[in-house]
Write a protein that binds this ligand. Structure first.
Ligand code: NAD
Length: 484
């Protein structure tokens, strides 16, 4: 289904005339240049965003460095109070931030509201998080404590699929343990992050949190900057390799959350309709632009026809339209580069497989791709073998479960995976054999702040969330007392 509505965003300002500023040492600062920001739902420019010069990046890093001693010396309870105040601001501007996210990112407004809600929940969770000192040994000879200290200035880089949420889930754990931060949003989705910076400029002490705008090559400069101690990066595997190389000369600490090619393995005892519902939700959410989207669906041959029918029926019923239309379930893809790639994927799908749902770009302004399902496709096709960051998914048959598991694992990626079935013991066993940072059973893509999330193989390095994630924003400090 297609909706042609393009509602006006409900904002307290006109983005076309607003001067979005960078946040540097508590002040809103114009960019050295400005970049156009486009609404992917219309392909029209909606605003201009500031882009930092090298000198402005230096100023932001220097501000974060200056703010570090006082911020890290504060009582953790005080830092937590600041983060709760940040969450209060998010809550007070919930709808506006959601509208702005949809306008620049394209996702359905219902999903953008979730982004803001998750940002609030994660911020509050980390505001209350405490890393306690561990006593490793306490005997007649020694007392040995394992303490954690902040790494220092964190350079955070976010992509364009969950811009605000990604900013907050880096900011909150980093700041609560005493770091300061310079954050760089993606050049195609800077607005909600910059507006957030404007809203909290009097809430977070000056210099503790800074935002710099990107005209295109700021990520390279931020990751190589000698004043940055740690990089927290979310983006593609290709860029992740560059980031790792840029961090090497100064041995920066590094967390990489990268791409994925998640497999869903449907077991022979799965309920077809229930499973199709779950698969459809987590394959096409955010127009397929989620690192842990379900991208490959392995189905027993005996169930293939029924599953393809159940999926196609649901896909055909999805409402595609502008994200600000409340009825929309699938919005446009985020940018022109991604749209052109998606259209190439459709050509490959037609060449290498059989399209059973969707199959075309929509004939209207904006970057719309009809949710598409492909079957009878060889796994060596780039559509299956590579990460497809668009609403185009494939169903793959299997006759032997061991073979399905081997094929699901035959990828350089290892981000997420899922298993679908009714015999839970069997599903748990299959889950244990899938190579992924997270394997969900009978669902996919549940992120919560208390559970670590990260990729194995070329999907990343380290993890975010939970104790593991918080510890990645710290260095180990052993204090060893010898009793005399
Ligand atoms: P991208 O790698 O092109 O860009 C990500 C960010 O890196 C952007 O802010 C970009 O400006 C910046 N960047 C570009 N070149 C850089 C360089 N040389 N050095 C430092 N920074 C640089 O990715 P994208 O297209 O914005 O996002 C989509 C990708 O992100 C997908 O592959 C997706 O799977 C991945 N992703 C992963 C996760 C995860 O948690 N694992 C979450 C969301 C997205």
């Amino acid at each position: 289904m297609t909706s042609l509505l393009t509602p006006t965003p409900r904002l307290g300002f006109d983005p076309a005339t607003k001067r979005f500023g960078q946040l540097i040492e508590g002040r809103l600062v114009d960019g050295a240049t400005r970049v156009a920001v486009v609404d992917p739902g219309t392909a029209e420019q909606i605003a201009e965003a500031p882009a930092a010069s090298s000198e402005q990046l230096d100023l932001a890093v220097a501000a974060a460095r200056r703010a570090l001693p006082a911020w890290s010396a504060l009582d953790v309870g005080e830092r937590g109070r600041v983060l709760h105040a940040v969450a209060d601001v998010l809550a007070a501007h919930h709808e506006e931030l959601a509208q702005l996210t949809t306008l620049e990112q394209g996702k359905p407004i219902t999903q953008a509201r979730d982004d803001v809600s998750w940002s609030i929940d994660f911020t509050r969770y980390f505001a209350d998080y405490r890393l306690e000192t561990e006593v490793l040994r306490d005997d007649d000879a020694n007392r040995v404590e394992l303490r954690r200290r902040p790494v220092g200035v964190v350079g955070a880089i976010t992509p364009w699929n969950f811009p605000l949420f990604q900013a907050l889930y880096k900011l909150a754990p980093a700041l609560v343990v005493g770091n300061t931060m310079v954050l760089k949003p993606s050049p195609t989705t800077p607005l909600a992050t910059l507006y957030f910076g404007e809203l909290i400029r009097d809430v977070i002490p000056a210099g503790v949190f800074n935002i710099v705008g990107d005209g295109g090559d700021l990520g390279r400069r931020l990751t190589a900057h000698p004043g940055v101690d740690k990089v927290s990066f979310t983006g593609s595997t290709v860029t992740g390799r560059h980031v790792m190389a840029a961090c090497a000369p100064t041995l920066k600490r590094l967390t990489l959350e990268l791409g994925g090619n998640d497999a869903a393995v449907v077991l022979a005892d799965a309920d077809v309709e229930k499973t199709a519902e779950g698969l459809c939700t987590w394959a096409y959410s955010n127009a397929g632009q989620v690192c842990v989207s379900i991208k490959r669906i392995y189905v027993p041959s005996s169930m293939h026809e029924a599953m393809v029918e159940a999926l196609s029926r649901r896909i055909a019923a999805l409402t595609v339209g502008h994200g600000l239309d409340e009825q929309t379930q699938v919005g446009p893809v985020q940018n022109k580069v991604q749209y052109d790639k998606a259209r190439e994927h459709l050509t490959v799908a037609r060449r290498d497989g059989r399209i059973v749902a969707g199959g075309d770009a929509l004939d209207r302004p904006g970057y719309y791709i009809a949710p598409t399902l492909v079957c009878d496709i060889d796994e060596s096709s780039p559509l299956v073998a590579e990460e497809t960051f668009a609403p185009i998914r494939s169903v793959l048959r299997y006759d032997d479960l061991d073979d399905a598991i081997a094929r699901a694992n035959a990828t350089p990626y290892g981000l997420g995976a899922s298993v679908w079935g009714t015999d839970i013991e069997n599903a748990m066993d299959v889950a244990g054999r899938l190579e992924a940072g997270t394997t969900w059973i009978n669902h996919h893509f549940q992120l919560t702040p208390d559970v670590p999330f990260g990729g194995i193989k070329q999907s990343g390095l380290g993890a975010e969330f939970g104790r593991t994630g918080v510890e990645e924003f710290t260095d180990v400090h052993v204090v060893n007392l010898k009793h005399t």
